[in-house]
Design a protein around this ligand. Structure first.
Ligand code: 13P
Ligand code: SF4
Length: 306
């Protein structure tokens, strides 16, 4: 049954010139029909370079929005319109603008997990893989890092010569992991290396063997000579790694790290979207030229510094 649905999707992709981009937090059955799988920023770049007229994004809303901003001439669709990221919607542009007005010298660095509306009032965008590098490369010394205070704290430690202020935002999924979860996992698997996402709490990232983005974690695990790994990010990553590296063992750091937003997208959503594309259906990301222009400023600045 799953195979039949996948075959229908593969056929529609060809007929309708659709490129399917899947974030690596998507399940196996979706990853198998995707043209490219990666972290949020890699996928936006793929949307830019893909020759197809239609992009179908399997991930959350801000990711499809970023893809649209980077390739406005393409039609970008989100496979499940309900799939949002709570962190991306935590802060209102008015609040950030008010903080900027009070301290105009302080540059606002926004994690890519933000809405386009919020990006419009930010100076530079970063991803989990580029945050440290970009903040180091900025000429500015005074920074307000939003919305994720865990990623922000990770950057603070790596760039101690800058004055980095944080606000209380973050990913409820990664922030749910506690030191006790880490200790329990290590007690169960004492030989395993611990690889975690910087969205986890500092008490967790401080004790990890490696801290990095989704793709960073995957790359590290594949290249490492170690045989066992505790994976501290969305549990699909451990599953994909287990498929790709059958001679190694991957354990999830906590069963709480399941992103309900990422998991909203089903294979049937992918099929329904493919059927709808070019036939008046599918959930298309629509943005005005002005909106794209304003929100792209901080993305272009990231590309310049990165
Ligand atoms: P990446 O940028 O590592 O893909 O992370 C996106 C995300 O939503 C992590 O929770
Ligand atoms: Fe958003 Fe966290 Fe889910 Fe990533 S894991 S999409 S940051 S809620």
């Amino acid at each position: 049954m799953i195979k039949d649905v996948q075959e229908r999707i593969l056929k529609l992709k060809k007929e309708k010139d659709i490129c399917i981009l899947a974030h690596s937090y998507q399940g196996r059955e979706i990853v198998e029909v995707a043209d490219f799988v990666g972290d949020s920023f890699q996928l936006s770049r793929m949307a830019q370079t893909a020759p197809n007229a239609n992009i179908l994004f399997c991930g959350v809303h801000f990711m499809a929005e970023t893809a649209k901003m980077l390739s406005p001439e393409k039609r970008v669709y989100l496979a499940n319109p309900e799939a949002g990221c709570p962190m991306a919607e935590q802060m209102e542009p008015d609040m950030i603008q008010a903080l900027k007005d009070m301290d105009p010298e302080r540059k606002v660095v926004a994690y890519i997990n933000t809405t386009a509306k919020l990006k419009c009032v930010c100076d530079v965008c970063v991803t989990s893989s580029s945050a440290v590098k970009i903040v180091k490369a900025m000429e500015d010394k005074k920074i307000l890092f939003i919305p994720d205070c865990n990623l922000g704290a990770f950057v603070q430690k790596a760039v101690p010569d800058k004055d980095i202020k944080l606000l209380q935002g973050g990913c409820p999924v990664h922030a749910s992991v506690t030191l006790k979860d880490l200790e329990d996992a290590k007690a169960k698997h004492p030989d395993a290396l611990v690889l975690v996402h910087p969205e986890c709490n500092p008490e967790v990232t401080d004790r990890a063997d490696y801290v990095g983005s989704t793709s960073g974690i995957m790359e590290y695990a594949k290249k490492s000579d170690a045989k066992e790994f505790i994976i501290g990010t969305e549990m699909s990553i451990a599953e994909h790694l287990q498929y790709e590296e059958p001679d190694k063992k991957f354990y999830i750091l906590s069963k709480k790290i399941l992103c309900p937003n990422m998991k909203l997208t089903t294979l049937m959503d992918v099929l329904n979207s493919c059927e709808g594309i070019n036939c008046g259906g599918g959930f298309e990301i629509l943005m005005s030229d002005e909106e794209i222009k304003a929100a792209r400023v901080c993305i272009d600045e990231m590309l310049r510094l990165g």
